[in-house]
Design a protein around this ligand. Structure first.
Ligand code: B12
Ligand code: SF4
Length: 499
């Protein structure tokens, strides 16, 4: 029995299909016995759940032979470390393997932890299958591409495994989860699900973790297969909206057209992440098909208000393209979310000033745009890193350090303690955001009471007109009085009910 574990990554009300472990389960050999345990499901105690299975099966025909955990940087790491540590204390001989973005980006601290025996970098399906032979004692771990392990106590990373597209693997094992319990009400629909229709990304943005994990390549699932899976979720489970979690949903125009034609009859409202330059190249006819198929909001990395910085980010994008895109999105009635990476190590003051001014300009072109800001957090790369910094310099050597609050703030890109971003400069950004969000309340802000939104709009109007964002004390007071509950950054994908 293999236990595929999704450590808690978010609040139960924000949970989505545990796609990583579902993909792994689907690819296990026929006849392999496995179970999926999701720490995001309400009331789940993963340690107790795993321990009871291990104990109940010990000495029987199908004992637990491997605990396989997926680990993303941030809160999921925070849950995974104590879970793995406690399991190892209780069952020292039970092998534990980690895979996912954290061990892929930061393998050495993982292999220094005595409670993790193996790690898998990048795509995991085939590596996991070969690891089963290692665990059974019939294969030398040194022969498994993509695997990391300790060799005589020393961390050892085998060469990467070439990866392959989604069509090479079986369909997601929906029968192994309670599908309906993951379909959440959101502003898109009453039963919103998530889907991942590709792997990787062909671009080279030198601040992004995807490139370190997968290189610059993308492989799509065939439109026929994507629409068959979505049809199943719609027809069998009443799904009425979907978030596509692909890194880069649109690439080749004929592919986008075919997929949109196929999913139009499903009547879904949907969201995705895509590239500004790619969508701009599509014809009006394709944009109409995309709109007709239900695309309601989409997320784009606009990143900066400076062409020079976009060039240094290796983003392959210009500010003119973003401005043209904002106008086009408006004319087709699709809401764009533009994400910005703030804090160029070479001149952070200028970066903040230029990019905030650019956001103003975008708002002038399309008042519906949503804005998401992150502070630049160096992430391991294959080639150079934005800002010319060493992304591993001074990062923790151990998992215990990684789960300290300052490093969790680093991993979530919300409050990285980088030397070039002093608190006063960060405050400039958060003050700007407060004025912006007060003047143009976000579709996603469902926590501010209606009176607070109206008052905020009124109070922020003059500030916005004059471009004055400093120390908006009154707005802060209104926001804190009118807000029901703390901000929840894990609402990624907006899996929150409409107001
Ligand atoms: C869904 C998602 C989330 C969900 C969590 C879903 C969950 N696990 O419950 C939520 C909203 C909580 C989330 C939050 C965050 N996320 Co997130 N998230 C994603 C997203 C969009 C999809 C992940 C996914 O399901 N992929 C589909 C599956 C099939 O692929 P996969 O996860 O890569 O799994 C494969 C391999 O990694 C490997 N593998 C994975 N686990 C395991 C385990 C074993 C044992 C093995 C053998 C192999 C293996 O095999 C799998 C199949 O091939 C990705 C972007 C993307 N498109 O991948 C970002 C992404 C993973 N997130 C990222 C980040 C940074 C975060 C945050 C830290 C920050 C933020 N503000 O978004 C937070 C905090 C995370 C946390 N809570 O711990 C980054 C990670 C890289 C980085 N820059 O550090 C990504 C890549 C986005 C990006 N482009 O920057 N996220
Ligand atoms: S930022 Fe987006 S486009 Fe750039 S490499 Fe990462 S996923 Fe691809």
């Amino acid at each position: 029995m293999i236990l595929l574990v999704n450590p808690r990554a978010t609040k139960p009300k924000n949970r989505r299909f545990p796609l990583s472990v579902m993909a792994l389960g689907a690819a296990l050999p026929e006849g392999a016995s496995w179970e999926l345990l999701d720490g995001n499901v309400p009331g789940t105690d993963l340690h107790a759940g795993i321990a009871s299975r291990v104990e109940a099966r010990a000495g029987g025909p199908d004992p637990v032979t491997l605990v396989a955990m997926t680990v993303m940087p941030g809160p999921q790491l925070l849950a995974a470390v104590p879970l793995a540590r406690r399991l190892k204390e209780r069952f020292p001989r039970l092998p534990v393997v980690w895979g996912g973005y954290f061990p892929t980006l930061y393998p050495l601290p993982v292999l220094r932890a005595p409670y993790v025996d193996f790690l898998v970098r990048g795509q995991g399906e085939r590596t996991l299958v070969e690891l089963l032979d290692v665990v059974a004692g019939t294969r030398d771990p040194a022969t498994v591409a993509g695997l990391g392990f300790r060799d005589g106590g020393e961390p050892r990373l085998n060469p990467e495994r070439p990866w392959t597209g989604p069509d090479d693997f079986p369909s997601p094992p929906y029968e192994r989860i309670d599908v309906g319990s993951y379909l959440m009400p959101t502003f898109l629909g009453r039963r919103n699900g998530v889907y991942h229709a590709s792997i990787g990304c062909p671009y080279t943005c030198n601040f992004c973790g995807v490139i370190a994990a997968y290189g610059s390549r993308e492989r799509f699932e065939s439109p026929a297969r994507t629409s068959a899976h979505l049809s199943f979720l719609v027809e069998r489970h009443g799904m009425d909206a979907v978030h596509f979690y692909d890194n880069n949903f649109f690439l080749k125009e004929p592919h986008a057209e075919e997929l949109c034609e196929r999913i139009t009859p499903l009547g879904l409202r949907w969201w995705c992440e895509a590239r500004i330059d790619v969508m701009l190249r599509y014809s009006d006819a394709t944009w109409r098909k995309i709109r007709r198929s239900g695309l309601t909001m989409a997320f784009f990395g606009a990143e900066s208000g400076s062409d020079e910085r976009l060039r240094r980010m290796s983003k392959n994008l210009t500010v003119e393209q973003t401005l043209a895109h904002a106008a086009r999105m408006r004319s087709f009635g699709i809401v764009p979310e533009y994400s910005f990476v703030l804090g160029d190590p070479e001149d952070p003051e200028d970066d903040v000033a230029t990019t905030l001014a650019f956001i103003r300009k975008l708002k002038g072109i399309n008042p519906d745009i949503e804005v998401i800001t992150y502070f630049y957090t160096p992430t391991p790369q294959r080639r150079g890193t934005y800002g010319g910094v060493d992304p591993l310099s001074e990062t923790p050597a151990t998992l215990e350090e990684w789960i300290e609050p300052e490093w969790v703030g680093w991993m979530t890109h919300e409050d990285p303690l980088v030397p070039w971003m002093p608190p006063a400069l960060k405050a400039k950004v958060t003050d700007f955001e407060l004025v912006l969000e007060s003047r143009f309340p976000s579709l996603k802000d469902l926590k501010t009471a209606r009176w607070g939104r109206a008052l905020g709009r009124l109070l922020a109007r003059r500030r916005w007109e004059r471009g004055r964002y400093d120390d908006p004390r009154l707005l802060r007071t209104v926001r804190s009085l009118a807000r029901r509950g703390a901000a929840d950054r894990q609402e990624y994908g907006h899996l929150r009910p409409p107001a």
